[in-house]
Structures are given as structure tokens and as C-alpha cells.
Design a protein around this ligand. Sequence first.
Ligand code: GDP
Length: 301
Amino acid sequence: MFEKLREAFSSLTKVISEKKLSEKDLDEVLQNFQLTLLESDIAQEVVESITDSLKAEMTGLSVERSKETGSLVREKLRSIMTGIFTKAGTVDVFKLIDAKKQKGEPFTILFLGINGTGKTTTVAKVAYLLRQAGYSVVVAAGDTHRAGAIEQLSEHADRISVKVIAQRYGADPAAVARDGALYAKSHHVDVLLVDTAGRMQTNQNLMEEMGKIVRVVNPDFKIFIGDSLAGNDAISQAQLFNKYTGFDGAILTKTDADTKGGAALSISFTTNRPILFLGVGQEYKDLKKFDSVAFVDSLIA
Ligand code: GDP
């Protein structure tokens, strides 16, 4: 996982700590570093922010390049990354659910994302996690466009013993979500999870449809699902959903297969929203709470 980014950080630290570099050498080293960051799916604006900040730090240093300089760079990298995650904040979804539960109302979570990113699987994983934590859950099959979407969600739900609220294909997704909300309220269900369609990120209709669902359902929480393997596409999808519907946090899928590692940092930086969980496999249990400190540590070890 995330080998490429880890390698980028460790080779920068190594070069800086082992060689005495002129300012010109340093420029060249930082340029190479920029390229490796871009190849590791770090978005351009994040790359610039990281290297500008590093350059400012390094240029002021008149000391010999040494082991000390290496650890200084390492700490600088750590603080830049920690700063990005700290600015994006954290959120304890369980606490929010509990607050709503105390009022006797269901907590509604809307899932946003493009087809193929792992959205349906992630809805099932979240349902499973909530069931394991003792909450009652119902799922609304809001993707009424994609052939097979309703059956796929129903199959997952059957396996984890969660009820699905669905209508026919072509039905208004906002109406399905509203049915889900009515069911959850009348049956005193703790959490309603609403799956949605995800045709194309540039599809204006999709954004309008999401806007309509948000207005009708007024969810308590919106989660963007991003595929960590999708590189810059995942980042632009996150920005688009954030612009049109807004979201409260993101889940990154398929991180178990991600050799690059830049998606979490880029999405947090560009949307200023926290990463909540990482998808780390294809089973229901494969959803891991995102720990930014452990994440940064693993990159800078
Ligand atoms: P959707 O079109 O966005 O609803 O995507 P699906 O939920 O159908 O998932 C697409 C594929 O990605 C499926 O084969 C999933 O098993 C797989 N997938 C989803 N999440 C993960 C993950 O965290 N790790 C891995 N390795 N595969 C995943």
C-alpha cells in the first residue's frame, strides 16, 4: 500500500541528508520530488504547497547537509501533511447518530459517487459496521438508473440481514429516498443509508438529481465515495460533488490495491473534508477507520 509516496519521501530525505547541495542542486532535487509526487496521485496544488513550503525551509538553512537536515525535512513533511488533515477536521459519525437516536429520529446518510468506485459495496460495508456496533439499519436503493443496481444492493443487504427499500428502475430516486425515510421513522430504525446513481462526473443531470435528493431528504450526513485507484479523476469527482451538493466526509475505496497513496491527501486538501474510512478489501469487514496520524507515520517511517 502507498509504496510510491513512501519512496518519494524517503528518497528526498536520503538525498538531502547524504549530499552537500548547492541552491541549484536543491532546486533540481525538489523538481524531481515534484514529479514523483505527481506520479503518486498528489494533486498539482498540493504538490506546489508541499514543495514551496519545503523550499522556504531549506533555503534558509546554511548548515551542512547532514542526518540532522534529513530529519528536519522528514519533520517538515510530517507537519505539512498533518496540517492538511487537521484543517480538514475529523468527525465521529457514531456520536452524530447517537444524538439523533436520543431524539427518537433516524440518522440519514446519503452516499455520493461515480459508478465503479465501489459505492454499492461501501454502502453494504457501512451497513455491516453499523449493525456490528448495535444500530438498526435500513438501506434505500436510490440508484434507479444502472441495470442491476437494485439487485446488487438487495443481495448485499440480504447477506447482512438489512432491509432494502426499493422501487422499480426509472423511478424518481428522491421518492425512493423519501420512502426510506418514512420507513425508518415509522419503524424506529436508527440509520437510513441512501445509495444514489453515479453515471458520470460531468453529467449535469446527475448533479441536478443529487441536488433534488438532498432537498427532498435533507440528509444528516453526506459521504463521498472515491476510488483511490482513479488518480486525478477521484480528485476532480470529489471537487465536483463538493461544489454541487457538498459532503461531510469521504471514504476512499480499494486502498488495499493502491500502490501510490496520494488520494487521501489530495481529497482532504482540495475539498477540506475529512477522510472517514478506507476500503481495504472486498469483504464487508474490510472498512478501516482512517487514522491520519498512523497514515502520515506509515509514509514517513
Ligand atoms: P459501484 O459501481 O460504485 O457501486 O461499485 P461496486 O460496489 O459494484 O464495486 C466495484 C468493484 O470494486 C467490486 O468488484 C468491488 O468488490 C470492488 N471494491 C469495492 N471496494 C473495494 C475495496 O476497498 N478493495 C478492493 N480490493 N475492491 C473493492
